[in-house]
Design a protein around this ligand. Structure first.
Ligand code: ADP
Length: 495
C-alpha cells in the first residue's frame, strides 16, 4: 500500500478550486471563497467558491437546460455506457479519491479505501438499472377496448445536499440514480468537506456525462443549501444530514411541493443476547460505534447486553476501545481519525460532560488527546459509559462521536420496548443463535435495516433508509429508482 504521509495530493497543487456549473469550472458570482482544512492538523487544504442563491439560480438553470436538452435524448443504453465508464474511472482513481476524503474529513485511509467494491459496484448496479426501467399494463374494468399502461419518467432537476461524514460515499449514492433515470443534478457538498465531490465531478465529465447533467455547487447550508431547497425549478431534493436541517428542507420544499427524500440521524440499538458468540458480538458492538469515530448515521450507540454477559462484554469492548490506534487518517496504521471540526469535538465532549453530570460511569475514554502528535487535531478517545439510564441525554440523542452507552437488559420484550422507545429508526443490530428470536426481532424492531449476527452491512442490491425521525425514502437497491421517477398513466381507447 502506498504510504501517503507527508505527500501533497495532486488535486491540491492548485489550492484555489472552482465549482462545476453547466460543464464549466466557475467562481462564485460574488467572487467569495471559503477555506477547507485538514481536521488532523488544522492545515489549509484549499479555498472553494462560496456559492449563494445567485449561483444556485444559474446551476438550476444549467440542470434544467441539460434535462430538456441532449440528455433527454440519450437512450437508456447510452446512459448505461456513460455510467459504466464513470464506474471504471472511479475504480481506477479510487486510492486518490479515498485519500482526498481522508484529508478533508479525517477518516482513516483504510476506511475510505475500504468502500471501493461497494461504491464502484453501486455505480455498476445502477448502470444496469438504466436499461431495466419498466412500467406496467393494467387489466382495467372499462367497457370497450382500452389499453391502460404506466410509464416511468424522470422527475427532472434533483438537488442533493450532502453531509461531511462520507463525501465520496454520498457523491456515488446521489449521482448513480440520477444518471440511471435520466434526471439532472445540482449537488451541494458540506462546507466542512467539499473537495471529493469536485474531483468526482471531473471524472464524470471525463466519462462523458454531458455538461449540466451533474453540477457541483460549493457553499454554506443557510445560504446555498436553503436556496436550493426552496428553488421553484427544482423537482426533487435528496438530503442526507441532521434532523433539524431535514425539517427545514421539508418546510422549504413546500413552495412547489418538491418530492423529498431524507436520510437523517439515528440512535441505533445493538442488542446482544447471552447465547451469542460473545467475542464476535462484543467486537461488532465496539466497531459498530467507533468506526469513523462514531460519525456514521447508523452508529450502534445504544448497546443493550443481556445481564449474564454484561460485564464480560463491557470488558471486551473496553479492551478494543483502548487498543484502537487513534491518529491522522493518512497514517495507514490509524484505526480512528479525528472528528471533522473543533465544533464537532466540543459537541461530543459536551455529551461526555452531560453523562458524568447525570451519573453515568465512565469505563474508558472521555477525553481528547493533547500529546504533541495530536494536539492540533480534533481527536477524541473511544469512550464507553455504563450505568446509563434510558432517559439520559447520551442514551437518547445522536452524538456523532465515538461514545457508546452499554446497558443491561433481562428479557426480549423488555429490550424490544426499550430499543423502540426512540424518535429514531435507522439501524438495529441483534446477536443471538436462536433462530426464532432472530426472526421475531427482525419484524418487531422499528428500523430501516436490521442486522442479525452482523452489523452495518450494505450492498447495492439492498435498500437503505429509515423510519420515524431517521427520514423517509430509500437509497440503494431497486427501491431507490422510484424516488427519481414519476409514474404516468396512459389510456388508449382503440375500438
Ligand atoms: P451538520 O450539523 O452535521 O453539519 P447539517 O444537516 O447541518 O449537519 O448539514 C448537512 C448538509 O446540509 C450540509 O451540506 C449543510 O451545508 C446543509 N445545510 C445546513 N443547513 C441547511 C439549510 N437550512 N437548508 C439546506 N441545507 C442546509
Amino acid at each position: 500500500m502506498m504510504d501517503i504521509r507527508g505527500q501533497t495530493h495532486p488535486f491540491l497543487h492548485a489550492p484555489d478550486k472552482r465549482m462545476l456549473i453547466g460543464g464549466d469550472w466557475v467562481d462564485a458570482l460574488s467572487g467569495r471563497r471559503f477555506e477547507t482544512r485538514n481536521p488532523a492538523d488544522g492545515s489549509l487544504l484549499a479555498r472553494v467558491p462560496e456559492g449563494d442563491q445567485h449561483d444556485v439560480d444559474r446551476a438550476v438553470r444549467a440542470a434544467r437546460a441539460a434535462f430538456e436538452g441532449p440528455w433527454r435524448r440519450f437512450r437508456p443504453d447510452e446512459r448505461q455506457a456513460v455510467m459504466l465508464k464513470f464506474a471504471d474511472l472511479l475504480d481506477a482513481h479510487w486510492d486518490e479519491l479515498a485519500w482526498l476524503d481522508t484529508l478533508d474529513m479525517g477518516a482513516p485511509i483504510r476506511h475510505t479505501r475500504g468502500s471501493r467494491r461497494h461504491l464502484v459496484g453501486l455505480m455498476r448496479f445502477f448502470a444496469g438499472q438504466a436499461t431495466a426501467l419498466y412500467g406496467q399494463t393494467a387489466s382495467t374494468s372499462m367497457n370497450g377496448d382500452m389499453f391502460a399502461a404506466t410509464l416511468k419518467e424522470p422527475v427532472g432537476v434533483v438537488a442533493s445536499i450532502i453531509p461531511w461524514n462520507g463525501p465520496l460515499w454520498a457523491m456515488v449514492f446521489k449521482t448513480a440514480p440520477v444518471l440511471a433515470t435520466g434526471c439532472t443534478l445540482v449537488l451541494k457538498p458540506a462546507e466542512d468537506a467539499p473537495l471529493t465531490p469536485l474531483r468526482v465531478a471531473e471524472l464524470a465529465l471525463e466519462a462523458g456525462v454531458p455538461p449540466g447533467v451533474i453540477n457541483v455547487l460549493t457553499g454554506f447550508g443557510r445560504t446555498a443549501g436553503a436556496a436550493l431547497a426552496a428553488h421553484p425549478d427544482v423537482d426533487k431534493v435528496s438530503f442526507t444530514g441532521s434532523v433539524a436541517t431535514g425539517q427545514d428542507i421539508v418546510r422549504a420544499s413546500a413552495g412547489n411541493l418538491k418530492k423529498v427524500s431524507l436520510e437523517l440521524g439515528g440512535k441505533s440499538p445493538h442488542i446482544l443476547f447471552d447465547d451469542a458468540d460473545i467475542g464476535q458480538a462484543a467486537a461488532a458492538a465496539a466497531y459498530g460505534v467507533f468506526a469513523n469515530a462514531g460519525q456514521i448515521c447508523t452508529a450502534g450507540t445504544r448497546v443493550y447486553v443481556q445481564r449474564a454477559i454484561h460485564d464480560e462484554v463491557v470488558e471486551r469492548m473496553a479492551d478494543i476501545a483502548t487498543s484502537l490506534r487513534v491518529g491522522p487518517g493518512c497514517d495507514p496504521d490509524s484505526d480512528i481519525g479525528p472528528l471533522v471540526s473543533a465544533r464537532q469535538m466540543e459537541r461530543v465532549l459536551g455529551y461526555v460532560d452531560s453523562a458524568l453530570e447525570q451519573g453515568a460511569r465512565l469505563t474508558c475514554g472521555g477525553h481528547r488527546y493533547q500529546d504533541p502528535e495530536r494536539d492540533k487535531g480534533h481527536f477524541v478517545a473511544p469512550t464507553i459509559f455504563t450505568d446509563v439510564r434510558d432517559d439520559m441525554r447520551i442514551a437518547c440523542e445522536e452524538i456523532f462521536g465515538p461514545v457508546a452507552s452499554v446497558m443491561p437488559f433481562d428479557t426480549l420484550d423488555e429490550v424490544v420496548g426499550r430499543a423502540n422507545d426512540s424518535p429514531f429508526g435507522l439501524g438495529a443490530g441483534v446477536w443471538t443463535r436462536d433462530l426464532g428470536r432472530a426472526h421475531a426481532l427482525a419484524r418487531r424492531l422499528h428500523a430501516g435495516s436490521v442486522w442479525i449476527n452482523c452489523y452495518n452491512q450494505m450492498d447495492p442490491s439492498m435498500p437503505f433508509g429509515g423510519v420515524k425521525l431517521s427520514g423517509y425514502g430509500r437509497e440503494s437497491g431497486v427501491q431507490q429508482l422510484d424516488e427519481y421517477l414519476h409514474v404516468k398513466g396512459v389510456w388508449i381507447q382503440h375500438d
